[in-house]
Structures are given as structure tokens and as C-alpha cells.
Design a protein. Structure first.
Length: 313
């Protein structure tokens, strides 16, 4: 006889890459008695119905959260505050409310005022993704061996935090808990600044008059291909991320500009020793990432789907 699900009803607001992957993984592991979703677009809702990977697709956010034990907002950071205001009065007492945004300080500030007493607010950030979006882009194995960071505000019931931790662990994630502000500082350098650089480099290549777009595509080496993959990420989501995490991103961008100036001087002065020392140090960081299992040494032409482990007991 199978174990009871972690949550009787899970409501997913938004159904793109992350929402779709959560739904697929939760169903594969039997973590919900019922999975209900909604999306802003009628076209998206219709496609989710066709895919048949949730139990019900409803038209409104309020209808989706009715009687839900776990509510996850899988929408851009900038939309979370208004949606929290909309659904707040309709949340079930004792429900766990979460999100998947890559900025956490703004999420806490924008959502918390609208959430009633008696619900448990546990923001989350699964550090996983691809450049693809939409209901067809998700897959159950997306979170395997990837980090999910929980950033509960002070005073949240530890039992609610543990339930959400167990949920993410059951779909393959490694779970860490930190404060919202610390999360935003860490992610500014590991995620947000790299995306900003990628958008800039790809934009610069596009603007070079002497290089046609066909040449950029035809002769793109591995490094540029990786930048284009990152720069293909959802523009609405990343617009919201940079605006919501402005202070931390600007701090990291200032540090980056200082380091870039040092490299510029080294190249101008033919200082090969400085360049070699810098490249050796950064190479060691890459090796460390591979050693802890966060990437492989093989070229990245799309992460192969790992096999999700046995269903959590």
C-alpha cells in the first residue's frame, strides 16, 4: 500500500517550465492527492488540458487555491504581490504558500502583507532551468541534484518549512535554507550578473556592423553558444529579477567592473603573468563545480534527463 501524499491538494499558479516540471515530478512521485493549475492565458490553459499532466485546469487564481494545502506561485517576480493580494482572502487555514522566484527579499516584501494569519509563507527558489518556456517545456527530472533554496521569514512554523523541504527533496532537489537578503546577494553573483553579461555580449554581437548575423550564427564557438543559451531566457522574468534585486546586482556589477578594468590593464600592458594567474584561479572554480556534481565536464548541449529515484515513502 502506497504512502499518503505529502499534500492532499497542490495549486500551481502559472504553468511554464518550472510549474510544468513541478507538476510532472509531483505526479511521478505521488506527492499530491490532486494537482490543480491555472494560467493567465486561455491558450496555455487549453494546452495544459491537452497534455493531461494535472487533475484540473481552472480559469482563475481564486478557484485554483480553494482548499489547497500547498500553493506555489510559478509566475514572474513582479506579478507575485498582486496575485497574493488576490488570493489572500481565499487561502485555506494551515496552507503552505510558496513561489519559485529567483529574488526573495522583494517576494517577502510584496507578498507577506496580503497573506492572512494561519497560513505558512515559505518562499522558495529552485536553482534550475533551461532557456525554454511554456507548458510543453517542463520535465520531471529538472530538479534532480539541483539546489532549492528556502527563505522563510522569521517566525514561520518549522513544521511547515519541513513539509516544503520534504516536497522538494522528494522531486530530487538538494535543499538549503537561508535568509532572503543573503539569498539575493549570493544569487546576484551566481545567476543574475551572469545573465546580465550574457544579454550584453549577445546584444553587442548583434550590433557589430562588420559582423553579419549569419556569421555570428555560423561561426559561434562554444563560449558564445553558452551565452546565447543564457540570453534566450524569458525576458519578462529577467526584467523583473533585475528590478527586484537592483541593489545586490548593482553591488556585484561594480565589483565585476573593477575586475574587468584589471584585466583590461593586464592585456594593454602585455602582462601575461597576471592573465595566467587569473585564468588559473577561475579554472579551479570550474573544477570545483564539477566535483560537487553541479555540472559535468562534458560539453553542455542540453542536460540529459536523469532518472528520478524511487517514489518517496
Amino acid at each position: 500500500m502506497s504512502a499518503a501524499p505529502l499534500f492532499e491538494k497542490i495549486a500551481l499558479i502559472g504553468f511554464g517550465l518550472i510549474g510544468g516540471s513541478i507538476a510532472r515530478a509531483a505526479r511521478a512521485q505521488g506527492l499530491a492527492g490532486e494537482i490543480v493549475t491555472t494560467a493567465r492565458s486561455a491558450k496555455t490553459r487549453a494546452r495544459v488540458e491537452e497534455l493531461g499532466i494535472v487533475d484540473r485546469v481552472v480559469e482563475t487564481n481564486v478557484e485554483a487555491v480553494k482548499d489547497a494545502d500547498l500553493v506555489i506561485l510559478c509566475i514572474p517576480v513582479g506579478a507575485c504581490g498582486p496575485v497574493a493580494q488576490e488570493i489572500g482572502p481565499h487561502l485555506k487555514p494551515g496552507a503552505v504558500i510558496s513561489d519559485v522566484g529567483s529574488v526573495k527579499g522583494a517576494i517577502v516584501r510584496d507578498m507577506a502583507p496580503y497573506l492572512p494569519d494561519g497560513v505558512h509563507f515559505v518562499p522558495a527558489h529552485p536553482v534550475a532551468g533551461t532557456e525554454h518556456s511554456g507548458p510543453d517545456s517542463g520535465f520531471a527530472e529538472l530538479f534532480i541534484n539541483r539546489w532549492c533554496i528556502l527563505t522563510p521569514p522569521e517566525g514561520v512554523d518549522p513544521a511547515a518549512i519541513e513539509r516544503l523541504r520534504a516536497f522538494w527533496a522528494a522531486i530530487g532537489a538538494r535543499v538549503e535554507i537561508m535568509t532572503p537578503d543573503h539569498h539575493d546577494l549570493v544569487l546576484a553573483i551566481t545567476s543574475h550578473l551572469p545573465h546580465l553579461i550574457a544579454y550584453t555580449i549577445v546584444g553587442t554581437a548583434d550590433e557589430l556592423a562588420q559582423v553579419t548575423s549569419s556569421e555570428v550564427i555560423k561561426f559561434s564557438a562554444g563560449g558564445f553558444r553558452d551565452f546565447t543559451r543564457i540570453a534566450a531566457s524569458d525576458p519578462t522574468m529577467w526584467r523583473d529579477v533585475f528590478l527586484a534585486n537592483k541593489d545586490a546586482v548593482l553591488e556585484m556589477l561594480g565589483t565585476f567592473n573593477e575586475d574587468l578594468s584589471k584585466l583590461t590593464r593586464a592585456i594593454r600592458r602585455n602582462d601575461g603573468e597576471a592573465l595566467f594567474e587569473h585564468f588559473s584561479r577561475t579554472r579551479a572554480i570550474r573544477r570545483g563545480i564539477v566535483e560537487i556534481g553541479q555540472d559535468s565536464a562534458a560539453p553542455d548541449f542540453g542536460r540529459p534527463h536523469a532518472q528520478l529515484g524511487k517514489k518517496a515513502e
